[in-house]
Ligand binder design. Structure first.
Ligand SMILES: O=c1ccn([C@@H]2O[C@H](COP(=O)(O)OP(=O)(O)O[C@H]3O[C@H](CO)[C@@H](O)[C@H](O)[C@H]3O)[C@@H](O)[C@H]2O)c(=O)[nH]1
Ligand SMILES: [Mn+2]
Length: 742
């Protein structure tokens, strides 16, 4: 009946972006002109010209792909107030949280994420929260048990007073009592809840200080003598929603054995899908990383508006919310807050088939996870081989219900415990299609993008939904090493997809992937590859100075206007994008220079990791990002001033950047000392031009954090071993450069 009501629960409207399109195309036109100019004059110039041409061809191609992604931005408007009138019986939603390491991911963080999910503005009996712990940590389990006691008070309090931020560690940062004059009852309750939370916080803090959170007896006995990478399944129902107004809470630590690859987060997500399929089998799922709490309690209703409703809305497979961060350092010094990326590319993709799946803050249709195709339930009959789902009869039954959109008869969740242990075992997937045809797909460190691509290939759409206030807030890596590790993993994972046996470039053209989204995937998957042209191009000016050559037209050549125009347009255009979303000039600059730094270091190592994997020399590993506990406790003055110092460690990842900088410094120094002929002494074609010198200065400016790092000590300084390696490398490179001159 509900299907017959004509008005939709959400609207997509195109955004006007004439100026942006004009600027974007101007730049594209200029880039192409430069390529033509290079081609026409290739004969009179040597190797340097050719290298510049190759790099610029790649940049032009990339720019075309970016323009394609940004071209059709949309706004999404939802009508959550109409949801209940149309669907008096709201659908159930299963919520997944993954955590993997109690040290890098402090349990108090996971607890806050879980509390925010439990307190979301939605009927509690329709929700269930499943926590996967790949760390198999007694501390995490203990923290969850303790917090489930607090959850009863917390959920009631949030719903009664319509609290916005439902993660207590953020909520209690502000004091509503001193800022406004609320009623007495609120004041009393607020103080009581705050004290309760502080008590919980203390208990967890205390427990994390000890080697074991408390005596490993009773419920904790199973954790005694456990090895993180070799242990049986542990599943505990921490809270069962019976008479309380709190959703179910289930703890899962899947079985791990050294013999069986566990596939990192993708493996964990598949276990979560199966256990929840048995226990509650909600038609929709939400998954977040352990550091990502609900910041907008309406988010479930908001997402459902896009998932239920008219027939035409039913081919939306998942709703992706942007990654926003609560610990965002002012002006984005590590260039990883991705605000502009979300605003322009995210919105643009929502105007196409939809954004990629980015791993957290995403609502899926359960049947999409099970590999269903868009369209009607009819396609279920295509599932001739139900054994693809694995050997559990009970799971098969639940999956059939999910695929057909039926509810089935539900027992109490504890009745499914035994079957849950079966589907969480590490040999369960043997002979099944989990991780290959459906579920979270294995084989990439960015399992999210691979999984999303697999869904898009079937023709499912997705939506990108920017909410105000933001739907979820997570924790962005701070500091050089953590930021680089994350970017390296992304570059690795994306390249792994590019070179995988189902190489999307070849195979997706035949599928149901929209051509323009296909172009976007090519862009995304090649992120790591940009490192090569970026590094070559960044080295060119220094090479030219040292080898007494030039890669840009001379100042007196009118053709110099093309690269100048490119430089000006590109910077204006990107700056405009930042200013338009209320970001500062400084944030723009930080992102520009971090893009250069990341490309020439983290991405380069991503490429290396994939090459080593292809050669069979080493396998790729998911390195979990270090998350800072609470708001960083030891904030130093610099961070408050918004000029956070870049941090370094011994990792080789900092070698290319340091080398590049040293080479440029050497080149510039040799100019100053007059060792190199300055600006075309001979008045002829050869000799260093002004362009090369300015470019070299620009590179040094981009690598200023490294420059400072050369002179600083401790975590703010580049370790002397790195400086030593880089100096040796730079020496060799400079010698090679001078050799070609002599
Ligand atoms: O073996 C593992 C490794 C990781 N995780 C979880 O995966 C999530 C993401 O890990 P994190 O270290 O925070 O990586 P990020 O780079 O911050 O994550 C981004 O990138 C990942 C892909 O590289 C996506 O999976 C994430 O959703 C996305 O937020 C966390 O909840 C982890 O607990 C596991 O459950 N098992
Ligand atoms: Mn993360």
């Amino acid at each position: 009946m509900a299907n017959e009501i004509p008005f939709p629960l959400y609207h997509k409207t195109a955004r006007k972006n004439t100026i942006q399109r004009a600027l974007d195309t101007t730049l594209l036109f200029l880039l192409i002109s430069l390529l033509f100019y290079r081609l026409l004059s290739l004969k009179t110039h040597g190797f340097v010209w050719l290298l510049a041409f190759l790099c610029e061809s790649w940049f032009t191609f990339f720019w075309f792909l970016i323009v394609n992604a940004k071209w059709n931005p949309v706004d999404i408007k939802t009508y959550p107030q109409s949801l209940e009138p149309r669907f008096p019986e709201l659908p159930a939603v299963d919520m997944f949280v993954t955590t993997a390491d109690p040290v890098r991911e402090p349990p108090i963080m996971t607890v806050n994420t879980v509390l925010s999910l439990l307190a979301v503005d939605y009927p509690a009996d329709k929700l269930a929260c499943y926590v996967s712990d790949d760390g198999c940590s007694a501390l995490t389990f203990y923290s969850l048990v303790e917090s489930s006691k607090f959850a009863k008070l917390w959920v009631r309090f949030c719903k009664k007073y319509k609290v916005q931020v439902r993660a207590p560690f953020r909520y209690f940062l502000e004091d509503p009592i001193s800022t406004s004059a609320p009623n007495l009852e609120f004041k009393e309750e607020w103080e009581k809840i705050k004290a309760e939370y502080e008590h919980l916080w203390l208990k967890i803090k205390e427990a994390s200080r000890k080697s074991a959170p408390c005596n490993l007896t009773h419920d904790l006995a199973v954790f005694a003598n456990i090895e993180t990478s070799n242990h049986p399944t542990i599943i505990k129902i921490i809270g069962e929603n019976c008479e309380e107004d709190v959703p179910h809470l289930v703890y899962i630590s899947r079985e791990k054995r050294p013999k069986y690859p566990h596939h990192f987060k993708a493996g964990a997500m598949n276990v979560l899908s199966r256990v929840s399929g048995l226990m509650t089998n909600a038609p929709f799922t939400l998954n977040v990383d352990c550091d990502m709490f609900v910041n907008n309690p309406q988010v479930v209703r908001e997402a459902l508006c896009q998932l239920v409703g008219r027939e035409s809305e039913r081919d939306v497979g998942f709703i992706q919310y942007p990654q926003c961060f609560y610990n965002a350092t002012k002006d984005d010094p590590y260039g990883n807050q991705m605000v502009v990326l979300m605003e322009y590319i995210g919105r643009g993709l929502a105007g196409l088939q939809g954004p990629p799946y980015s791993g957290t803050g995403c609502f899926h249709r359960r049947k999409v996870i099970y590999g269903a195709w868009p369209g009607n339930a009819a396609s279920i009959n295509d599932y001739e081989a139900m054994k693809e789902f694995g050997k559990s009869e009970e799971f098969l039954e639940s999956a059939t219900h999910a695929l057909k959109g039926e509810k089935g008869i539900r027992k109490s969740i504890s009745d499914y415990l035994e079957a849950s242990f079966q589907v969480a075992a590490c040999d369960y997937e043997s002979g099944s299609s989990w991780g290959t045809k459906f579920g979270w797909i294995y084989g990439s460190m960015t399992e999210d993008v691979l999984t999303g691509l697999n869904i898009h290939k079937k023709g499912w759409k997705s939506n990108f939904h920017l909410l105000d206030p933001p739907a979820f807030l997570g924790c962005a890596p701070t500091g050089g090493p953590a930021a680089m590790t994350q970017q390296k993993r992304w570059a690795t994972g994306l390249l792994e997809i590019l070179v995988s046996k189902s190489n999307p470039i070849v195979f997706t053209l035949t599928g149901n992937l929209q051509f323009r989204l296909y172009l976007f995937y090519i862009y995304l998957l090649s992120w790591g590859l940009t490192s090569v042209p970026e590094l070559c191009y960044a080295a060119l000016p220094a090479y030219c100075i040292i080898a007494n050559s030039h890669f840009l037209p001379k100042v007196q050549d009118p053709a110099i206007l093309i690269p100048v125009a490119i430089f000006v347009t590109y910077n204006m255009l990107t700056l405009r994008e930042y200013l338009k979303v209320d970001l500062s000039f400084r944030a723009w600059w930080n992102n520009m220079r971090m893009a250069r730094i990341t490309a020439t270091s983290a991405y380069l190592f991503g490429v290396l990791a994939v090459v080593l994997k292809l050669l069979g020399l080493s396998d790729t590993v998911f390195e979990v990002t270090q998350k800072d506990d609470e708001a960083s406790e030891d904030e130093d003055d610099d961070e408050i001033n918004g000029t956070a110092k870049f941090t370094f460690d011994e990792s080789p990842i900092f070698v290319p950047g340091t080398t590049l900088l040293l080479v440029h410094l050497t080149a510039l120094l040799s100019l100053c000392l007059g060792l190199r002929p300055l600006v075309h002494k001979d008045g002829q074609g050869s000799g260093v031009g002004l362009g090369e010198v300015l470019c070299s200065l620009w590179v040094v400016l981009c690598f200023r954090p490294f420059m400072k790092g050369l002179f600083r000590r401790g975590k703010y300084g580049i370790p002397s071993s790195t400086i030593f390696k880089s100096t040796s490398l730079a020496f060799v490179l400079v010698c090679l450069g001078t050799a070609s001159w002599a």
